[in-house]
Design a protein around this ligand. Structure first.
Ligand code: NAD
Ligand code: WQD
Length: 333
């Protein structure tokens, strides 16, 4: 297949590019580089032996997207491009509506104009809001607690209506749980700007000495050790989930939503222990107050992905931590 990855030089997009290129697909990257670098193309070439085309542009540029879809005879799109920082979305919701909603509408117009009807959308477990029960299956009620989450939910709903209006669309919304880790080469991974919001990159920066200690947000949750529990999924497993979804999509018209998680939850202290194993010494941390908006536990029922796509996560917590650490070391000067 000829596959366009919007947001293709970003964290999840670049790992998916590796898996798809190595599976023999023709992969084209489209990114405005607002949260990634053009040099990712060089690193992808080192990993795959292929120089993937990169179109630098914004997904709100409908004409550029339509030309790209035509020029490369694209048959399917994976739509990663978007902003993803929850706190920033609360402070600046219009920025998020413009990027994530307007960006998706422009992409859909361009796809409609060029006859491309297969789309995989990067959704998130955030569309479940605060869990009503665990593990979370795809029937769980949806809701959102912040503007970022609302953009994911609104896009999913737009896509649902679109698929219902025109039976030629094939759309899969993949609801990621907590992506973490890096490619085994250490060449690509997650490198947030500024102070990391998320647990894994924060622990990696504590390990390098860039930050003194991890702040553990709350130890009084109703979980095994009192700290928050999440479903951390290796980014290469996630990437393979996209390949499986694209394979499935060709024969599956309509709209569907599928969880991509491991089905296994780990607490913050279990994550600290795993990262300490990866670095070979105890990671310093201190317990603090709960973070506003956090939930006690969130993990997937991942059985639909197995039944429908034949996909399940293969890598474990130690694989996640050791790959994240290798990448962090290679990118710390
Ligand atoms: P990322 O920031 O590394 O990648 C997103 C890419 O999109 C970046 O390269 C950025 O430059 C690009 N981009 C942003 N706005 C754009 C625009 N208007 N036009 C063109 N390019 C644009 O983030 P990621 O972690 O790889 O996330 C990819 C997708 O997965 C996002 O949609 C995100 O919301 C979703 N997601 C991420 C997580 C997570 O924890 N990382 C969890 C669930 C869902
Ligand atoms: C994980 C656990 C924290 C940092 C977020 C978004 C979500 C999704 C993935 C995109 C929690 C604890 C964290 C720290 C800590 N993104 N923690 N100290 O909150 O599950 O999900 O990223 O869709 O929408 O909300 O991930 O990595 O921030 O937190 O103790 O410095 O680690 O309290 O229990 P979260 P996270």
């Amino acid at each position: 297949m000829n596959i366009l990855l919007t947001g293709g030089t970003g964290y999840i997009g670049s790992h998916t590019a590796v898996v798809l290129a190595q599976a023999g697909h023709r992969v084209v990257l489209f990114d405005n580089l607002s949260n990634s670098q053009a040099s990712t193309v060089d690193r992808l070439a080192q990993i795959t032996g292929q120089r993937l085309p990169l179109v630098v542009g914004d997904v709100r540029d409908e004409a550029l997207l339509a030309n790209t879809l035509r020029d490369y005879a694209i048959t399917a799109v994976v739509h990663f491009a978007g902003l993803k920082a929850v706190g920033e979305s609360v402070a600046n919701p219009l920025l998020y509506f413009a990027n994530n909603l307007h960006g998706t509408i422009a992409l859909l117009h361009a796809m409609q104009a060029t006859g491309v009807r297969q789309l995989v959308f990067s959704s998130s477990a955030t569309v479940y809001g605060n869990p009503h029960y665990l593990p979370i299956d795809e029937q769980h009620p949806t809701g959102s607690t912040n503007p970022y989450g609302r953009t994911k939910l609104h896009v999913e709903e737009m896509l649902f209506d679109l698929a219902r209006s025109d039976a030629s669309w094939h759309i899969a919304c993949l609801r990621y749980f907590n992506p973490a880790g890096a490619h085994s080469s250490g060449l690509i991974g997650e490198l947030p700007n500024g102070i990391p919001n998320n647990l894994m990159p924060y622990m990696a920066q504590v390990a390098t000495g860039q930050r003194a200690e991890l702040t553990v947000f709350g130890d009084d949750y109703p979980t095994s050790d009192g700290t928050g529990v999440r479903d951390y999924i290796h980014v290469m497993d996630l990437a393979e989930g996209h390949a499986a979804a694209l394979q499935h999509l060709g024969s599956q018209p309509g709209w569907d939503a599928i969880n991509l998680g491991t089905g296994q939850g780990y607490s913050v202290l279990e994550m600290v222990a795993a990262f300490s194993r990866a670095i070979g010494r105890p990671l310093p941390y201190r317990i603090a107050e709960r973070r506003a908006g956090d939930t006690a536990a969130c993990y997937a029922d991942a059985s639909k992905a197995l039944t429908l796509l034949g996909w399940q996560a293969k890598r474990n917590l130690d694989d996640i931590c050791s790959s994240a650490w290798a990448f962090q070391q290679a990118h710390t000067t």
